[in-house]
Design a binder for this molecule. Structure first.
Ligand code: HEM
Length: 298
C-alpha cells in the first residue's frame, strides 16, 4: 500500500482524523522535492512522529529509542537513547540532516556530528502547545514540507480547541499529582517543575505535588510521604519496569500517601504523554479524563 495511504489509514484508526493531511498538498510538495533527497536521522520520538505525518518517512534512515510511534518506525536502524547517544552509529548512517530534541546528548556527541560536517538542527523543547506547532513548522521548513506543516498545524489548532472545550467542561477539584519516572527498580525518579510531566499535569488541570526543585530527582520515601499525592502518575513503561502495579505499591512510603492507600495510580504510554508531539492535544484530554475518573472513584 502507498505509504501516504497507509499512514492516513493508520492515523484515522488510532489517532482520529485530525492529523490527516490532504493528499493534494502532499502530492504538490512531493513534486517540489523528493523525500529521497534527504537522509534524516531523527532523535526524539515526537520529531519522528512529525516527520512521519509530513510524509517523509521514506527519508528517515535512523531514529532513536524514544521513536516508537507509529509502529513502522521501530523497524528503522536505531541509534540508541536520545540522552546517551554515541556518534558512530549516527555517522554510519551517512545522514544529510540530523534533527534532535533539546535533551539530546551528551553534548560531545552533538559536537562530533557537527564537526563531521553533518547539518544538525536541535529543536527547543518549549513544553507548550505552541512549542509543538513551532517544531512542526521548523521541521516542515527543513524537509521541504512547508505546506504539509501548515496544514498539520491547522488541524492541530482545531484539536486544541476541542481540548480547551473539554478542559472547561471537566474541571478537577484541587488534585495533587506525583509523577514517577522509572527505567528499572534502581532508577526511580520524581518530577519537579520544568519537565514534560509537570507541564502535562498542569495542562490536564491538576497540580504537581512537588514544586521545590526543577527537573528530576531520585524518589525517596520521605519525599513521597511529604508530597502526599492524591494520585500517582507514571508511564506504562515505568509501571512495567517496577514489576507491575504490585511492584509500584511495594515502594517504601507509598502506603502512607493518600494515592497509595486508595491505589490511585495511573499511567499512560511515555511518549504519548510526555513527548509533546502531534498527539499532545489528545494526550491532554485523555489525562484530564483519567484524572477526573480517578479522583471521583472511591
Ligand atoms: C536506557 C534507558 C533510559 C534511561 C537510563 C533513561 C533515563 C532518563 C532520565 C535520567 C531522565 C530525566 C532527565 C532529566 O533529568 O531531565 C529521562 C527523561 C525522560 N525519558 Fe528516559 N531513559 C531511558 C529510556 C527512555 C525511553 C525508551 C523513553 C521513551 C519511550 C524515555 C522517555 C523519557 C522522557 C519522555 C523523559 C522526559 C520526562 C519529562 O520531561 O517529564 N526514556 N530519562
Amino acid at each position: 500500500m502507498n505509504p501516504i495511504r497507509r499512514l492516513l489509514l493508520m492515523q484515522s484508526v488510532s489517532m482520529g482524523s485530525f492529523l490527516m493531511l490532504s493528499e493534494k498538498s502532499l502530492a504538490q510538495e512531493k513534486s517540489s522535492k523528493s523525500s529521497e533527497a534527504f537522509r534524516l536521522v531523527s532523535i526524539g520520538g515526537a520529531l519522528t512522529e512529525m516527520i512521519y505525518l509530513l510524509d517523509s518517512s521514506k527519508a528517515l534512515v535512523g531514529v532513536d529509542t524514544t521513536s516508537q510511534y507509529p509502529d513502522a518506525v521501530k523497524k528503522l536502524p536505531n541509534v540508541g537513547y536520545a540522552r546517551s547517544l554515541s556518534s558512530e552509529g549516527i555517522l554510519a548512517l551517512k545522514p544529510t540532516q540530523v534533527i534532535a530534541i533539546e535533551d539530546a546528548g551528551p553534548p560531545v556527541v552533538l559536537r562530533q556530528i557537527a564537526n563531521a560536517g553533518i547539518p544538525l538542527t536541535v529543536l527547543q523543547s518549549n513544553l507548550r502547545f505552541d512549542g509543538v506547532l513551532d517544531r512542526i513548522n521548523k521541521i516542515g521548513g527543513l524537509i521541504d514540507k512547508a505546506q504539509g506543516a501548515k496544514e498539520l498545524i491547522q488541524n492541530l489548532n482545531l484539536e486544541w480547541t476541542k481540548t480547551q472545550k473539554q478542559l472547561a467542561a471537566i474541571q478537577l477539584k484541587k488534585t495533587d499529582v506525583l509523577f514517577i519516572l522509572s527505567q528499572n527498580p534502581t532508577q526511580v525518579m520524581v518530577s519537579g517543575t520544568k519537565t514534560s510531566a509537570d507541564a502535562m499535569i498542569s495542562y490536564a488541570g491538576a497540580n504537581n505535588a512537588i514544586s521545590g526543585f526543577s527537573g528530576y530527582k531520585p524518589l525517596t520515601p520521605e519525599a513521597m510521604i511529604a508530597a502526599n499525592p492524591d494520585v500517582i502518575l507514571m508511564t506504562d513503561q515505568g509501571i512495567e519496569a517496577l514489576g507491575g502495579m504490585d511492584g509500584v505499591l511495594r515502594f517504601p512510603g507509598i502506603n502512607k500517601t493518600t494515592a497509595g492507600k486508595q491505589k490511585k495510580i495511573i499511567s499512560l504510554e511515555a511518549m504519548y504523554m510526555l513527548g509533546f508531539g502531534p498527539r499532545m492535544p489528545l494526550a491532554v484530554r485523555e489525562l484530564n479524563r483519567l484524572l477526573a475518573q480517578t479522583v471521583s472513584s472511591s
